[in-house]
Each structure stands twice: as C-alpha cells, then as structure tokens.
Design a protein around this ligand. Structure first.
Ligand code: G3H
Ligand code: 13P
Ligand code: ZN
Length: 306
C-alpha cells in the first residue's frame, strides 16, 4: 500500500533500521524492487530523480509506482534531488508522498530560505520534505582538514538548519559520493561526525551515495565488455554502523545500474539469436531484484512490513 514517507522513516529511526530508497527509471527496476520487497517483507521507497522524470515522464512513473504499491507491502513515492522547484510542484501534484529539496549547492542562508518555502508548500498538501546540508564528496577529495570541515555537514549547523526549516528528514555529507567511483584509496566515512549530528538532530537522517559497488557484479559486467576501472563503494560494515548511529533512509542507484548493465551485457553476449527485449531484460531484472533483497537484509528493513 502507498504509505507516507514520514511514517516509514519515523518507525525506522525509532527501531534502528533503515528504509532502502531505490532510484527507478523504468518498469523493470520497479518490478524487480517490488518483487524483492515482497519476498523480504520489507517496506521500500521508490524514488525518481529529475533525470528519471525527464526520461520516462512523471505520468508513467507515478502510475507504475502506484500499481507497484497496490499490494500489501508499504511503499512510499519520493522525488530525489529536487533542485528546480518545478519538479517539486510536479511531484506534489502527482501524489508523491515526499520530496527532496536539494539546496546544498547554495550558501547556507539561501538553502534555508528555499527549503523553508518548499516545506510550506509541501506540508500544505501533506507531503514531507527531505533537505540537504553539506557537499557529497569522498573524504580524500579534500586536500586539508579545513577544506573537509567546510564541505562535510557541520553538526551545529545541521541542528540550526532543521530547527529553522522544519524539514522532515535530513541528508548529510559524511564522505560518501554519488556514482561508482567513491574512493580512490581506502574507503572511509566520517562516522564520528555522524555521531555528533545524530545527537543534535532527532529527525531521520539520510545517507546518499551509499552504493557498495559489488565486485562480483563489476567483474560480470567487465567480463562482458564493460570498462569500469577502479569502481569502489561503501563497505557493508560502514552502512551498518551508520544505521546504528541514526541513518534511517539509504539511497541506492549505482548498485542497481551495475546490476542492470551486467545483466544486459551478459544476455546480449549469451543470446545472439534473441531479439525479444523481454528475454534480453530478464537477467537484468533478476540481478536488480537480488541487489535489492541484499540491501533489505543489510539495512534491517527485511521483515518490517506488517
Ligand atoms: O543522486 C543521483 C542519482 O543517482 C540519480 O541519478 O540524476 O542520473 O537520475 P540521475
Ligand atoms: P549511489 O550513486 O551511491 O547509488 O547513490 C544514489 C543516491 O544517493 C541517489 O540520491
Ligand atoms: Zn543522492
């Protein structure tokens, strides 16, 4: 059933697990994730970026997610990284249960002002808001401690930001980054910073850029011609620690992309006589389902759907 994002996240933070928030662009990903959620009895958030909306059209995405949510599993529908207010308005108009307003690229005061106006607009329609403070970048992207401090989320600023904007969930920067190349050296998250933030901010915290970049799937994709180089993601043990410290929503896109890519490449290679797109997409769907199931186990959301 379609449920509010706010309720899903409140339960997760209170009970110490995290809801998987999976980026979707097409039917195959939506079906794979819902099938995983049913199997694992896990609540799930299906989220679409501005790019996903441009690609598929919000009418198609909202309709497909509604159908996906028509079963027994609690499903929430979320706008990921709304940067343009136009998409926030579109998502609210199409029945999304939450929106993210990402003003993290703006100076603090402008981020507060814009987030506040989104919160007012969204709350008037019963839609909750995720906001972001800090820059998503790998820790070793910063050359000095000062630079790192200026980019990662400042705990006191986070407390003030939540108080001033009245946002419902907060995306924080502790050293993760989007995509398949998160770390050049050893993987490392600033869990100490997260601990401080979690003490001061009681609303659910959100971890972006949290894909693990599984070696076996990278290898499978490369076996079939992909060139992914030094792809590297977040360790499972760091994800577990982040959840223990208060992260209640974890965003995954890259791991689904790698699974999709590995599956389609393998199928095209192995089935040279097949032209039926349903057959060519089958392996991708299965691999995305398997990725989603593993996340539900890892995040502790498995078995939480009632
Ligand atoms: O946070 C970014 C997500 O991976 C979405 O990526 O904007 O290419 O759809 P996208
Ligand atoms: P990954 O690129 O690590 O999957 O992160 C996705 C994300 O944060 C979407 O908002
Ligand atoms: Zn993100």
């Amino acid at each position: 059933m379609l449920v509010t994002t706010k309720k899903l996240l409140a339960q997760a933070r209170a009970k110490g697990y995290a809801i998987p928030a999976m980026n979707v662009n097409n039917l195959e990903a939506i079906k794979a994730i819902i099938s995983a959620a049913e199997k694992m009895r896990s609540p799930v958030i299906l989220q679409t970026s501005e790019g996903a909306i441009e690609y598929a059209g919000i009418e198609y995405l909202a309709a497909m997610i509604r159908v996906a949510a028509s079963g027994k599993i609690p499903v929430a529908m979320h706008l990921d990284h709304g940067k343009d207010i136009r998409y926030v308005k579109l998502a609210i108009a199409h029945g999304y249960t939450s929106v993210m307003f990402d003003g993290s690229a703006f100076p603090y005061a402008k981020n507060v002002a814009l987030t506040k106006s989104v919160v007012k607009m969204a709350h008037a329609k019963g839609v909750s808001v995720e906001a972001e403070i800090g820059t998503l970048a790998g820790i070793e992207d910063f050359v000095s401690v000062e630079e790192k401090d200026a980019h990662l989320t400042n705990p006191d600023e986070a407390r003030k930001f939540v108080r001033d904007t009245k946002c419902d969930a907060l995306a924080i920067a502790i050293g993760t980054s989007h995509g398949a190349y998160k770390f050049t050296g050893k993987t490392h998250l600033d869990l100490n910073r997260l601990k401080k933030i979690a003490k001061l901010v009681r609303i659910p915290l959100v971890l972006h850029g949290a894909s693990g970049v599984r070696e076996d799937l990278v290898k499978l994709a490369e076996l079939h011609g992909a060139k992914l180089g030094e792809a590297r993601g977040v360790l499972d043990q760091d994800i577990k620690a982040a959840i223990r410290l208060g992260v209640a929503k974890i965003n995954i896109d890259t791991d689904l992309r790698i699974a999709f890519t590995a599956g389609i490449r393998e199928s095209v290679d192995d089935l040279p006589k097949v032209i039926d797109p349903r057959k060519l997409l089958e392996r991708s769907t299965l691999l995305m389902r398997e990725v989603a199931m593993r996340k539900m186990k890892l995040f502790g959301s498995a078995g939480r759907a009632r």
